[in-house]
Design a protein around this ligand. Structure first.
Ligand code: UT7
Length: 331
């Protein structure tokens, strides 16, 4: 599914960005006290050195709320301006209601709509694509798009092949409707692509659910299989997005990918001829935070001055489902 805007008058502009992390940091050395692993193995195979782990009172809701408040402040907006909240998460506070509605209430917003999107690690790309479409068709003027996760709560802490990979956190952007063209020279989201292929559902999943086991379940993954598909799917969606805009990889100022594995990012970069210093990498300190990883990385690179207003940014992700997708935006 693709949305490109060459016609029309309204586009969605990233007006602000924010993020939040749990207080507790768990290093690879800490991890080696929990399962039979080592800093050397984790760094060599993934690039991860540490991750944040939610403590008591820290949940997808509280982290998402904190990130949303910071994004609103960054955008110079107040909660009363917001008429849409989309939260990407696979670790909601409760099965229902949507955690987005809890954040809506926490912000004191009583208008518009709030809902969750579930596309695992591609969730933020799906949420951005949805918010962008709603803004373009006039259904929203000011959207909070949040990725918030507490994967530590669905990990099997006896399974070293998965528990070392993930971390908790949240990131958010404020998208505002701005008048003007939808050309590539303008600030705002230029195009979005979202894809899925449910034949691979058993490669990365949670072995529980309300309608089957009545439990939350634990994350299960065939890492090597996911890895193989990730490089191919990510590269193809990035190539399509860049070509559709009439650009080459060299025209993109910053790649802000989902942070799953350093080797996946380097492999994709090599395939596309992207220089590695154009890739924002935060997985060394955050691990894989699923739907939160892109807005967390975006916030880090905006705040440290790398990503500037007017820069062309390509975000991409791949996750359980499989789902994958990309968003091309001028920040
Ligand atoms: O975010 C959603 C998308 N997710 C991803 O993109 C994840 C994709 N997959 C990956 O990132 C990688 O496949 C992993 C990091 C999960 C695994 O790396 P790998 O190079 O594919 O390792 P492997 O699964 O082939 O395992 C190699 C060896 C095995 O030992 P043997 O069978 O060769 O003796 C594992 O048992 O490494 C062993 N191993 C570990 N050793 C120390 C697996 N996990 C660990 C560990 N510490 N934590």
């Amino acid at each position: 599914m693709t949305q490109t805007g060459l016609a029309g008058t309204c586009r969605a502009v990233i007006a602000g960005v924010g993020s939040a992390l749990p207080q507790r940091i768990m290093t690879n050395a800490d991890m080696s006290k929990v399962v039979d692993t080592s800093d050397e193995w984790i760094v060599e195979r993934t690039g991860i050195r540490a991750r944040h782990i939610a403590g008591e009172g820290e949940t997808t809701r509280t982290l998402g709320l904190a990130a949303a408040r910071k994004a609103l402040e960054d955008a110079g907006r107040v909660p009363a301006d917001v008429d849409l909240i989309i939260l990407a998460t696979s670790t909601p506070d409760q099965t229902f209601p949507a955690t987005a509605t809890m954040i809506q209430a926490d912000l004191g917003i009583t208008r518009g709509a709030a809902f969750d999107v579930q596309a695992v690690c591609s969730g933020f790309v799906y949420a951005l694509a949805t918010a962008n479409a709603m803004i373009r068709c006039g259904q929203a003027q000011c959207a909070l798009v949040i990725g918030s996760e507490t994967f530590s709560r669905i990990l099997d802490w006896t399974d070293r092949t998965t528990c070392v990979l993930f971390g908790d956190g949240a990131g958010a952007v404020v998208l505002t409707a701005e008048a003007g063209s939808r050309g590539i020279a303008d600030r705002g989201i230029f195009s979005t692509r979202i894809r899925s292929d449910g034949r691979y559902a058993n490669k990365l999943y949670v072995d529980g659910g309300p309608s089957t086991t009545g439990t939350v379940g634990h994350l299960r993954m065939e890492g090597r299989e996911v890895f193989k598909h990730a490089v191919v799917n990510i590269a193809s969606v990035m190539e399509e997005t860049i070509a559709e805009a009439g650009l080459t990889p060299g025209d993109i100022d910053w790649f802000v990918p989902h942070q799953a594995n350093r080797r996946i990012l380097e492999g994709t970069a090599r395939k596309l001829g992207i220089s590695e210093d154009r890739i924002v990498m935060t997985l060394d300190r955050h691990g894989n935070t699923s739907a939160a990883s892109i807005p967390l990385a975006l916030d880090v690179a905006v705040k440290d001055g790398r990503i500037k207003r007017g820069d062309l940014v390509l975000m991409e992700a791949m996750g359980g489902g499989f789902t994958w997708g990309a968003v091309l935006a001028r920040y």
